[in-house]
Design a protein around this ligand. Sequence first.
Ligand SMILES: [Fe+2]
Length: 291
Amino acid sequence: MARAFEIEPIDATFGAVVRGIRLADIDAAAFRQLHDAWLEYALLVFPGQHLRRDEQVAFARRFGALEFEILPISNVRSDGTVRPEQDNDDVIKILKGNMGWHHDSTYMPVQAKGAVFSAEEVPGSGGQTGFADMRAAYDALDAATRARLEGMSAHHSLHYSQSKLGHSARKADGEYHGYGFHDGPVPLRPLVKVHPETGRKSLLIGRHAHNIPGLAPDESERFIEGLIDFACQPPRTYHHDWTPGDTVLWDNRCLMHQATPWDMTQRRIMWHSRIAGDPASESAVSAVASG
Ligand SMILES: [Fe+2]
């Protein structure tokens, strides 16, 4: 059958812009085509959707069970006031932490499959969301590095990544003790992930990754930072400049993403729905009591 939408590849190793379809109103055949495009491009951008929150949740749910339905990613408080950009504000620390490249929920027992993310209110400049193709990054590595990575793994923890910004969720008076501060055993994940649906290999790294077994902590940190620096370079990156009403869908099993800075006196309200990973393929290989 004819394609149910128009699709235009982004000028990068991944990603496409999809037009001519309303996500709140797609049939099973169109969904199958969209799902295939998602697996191929890993990032789909849908301008001008203006989804209601329940429509966004329903769309995300088509891709599987949700890790959580929908949460604001925002510097605007629930009472409508703008949160001051203060170093001691835990929500600001989370927003700034998100500016480091990462995969979502690698610090949880099951890594996320993907996400639907949409813009309600955006600042006049800045505040883009960056994406980076870890399939292409893996493919670009030299053979010796690929061989070395094959047996390697790293621990993943939000406590670790946020502690680098001076954010401890373990202190009793902190404002944010919220999602992701997993206090169970620290998941250990391979540095090379095999995609459960495409079979493609990709790098599984990012700001939550640390303490590679067999390396000293500082050596591990340098090694992971070197991989991130190598991986997140053009043509493997794309930064989306948001317009209110835009929705994106990404595959968290093979892409990393990052927020980027903006003038935090300006309002930015985004909505994130997180699709749960399959425990058969997104569980950690093991977990240790401290990592
Ligand atoms: Fe994220």
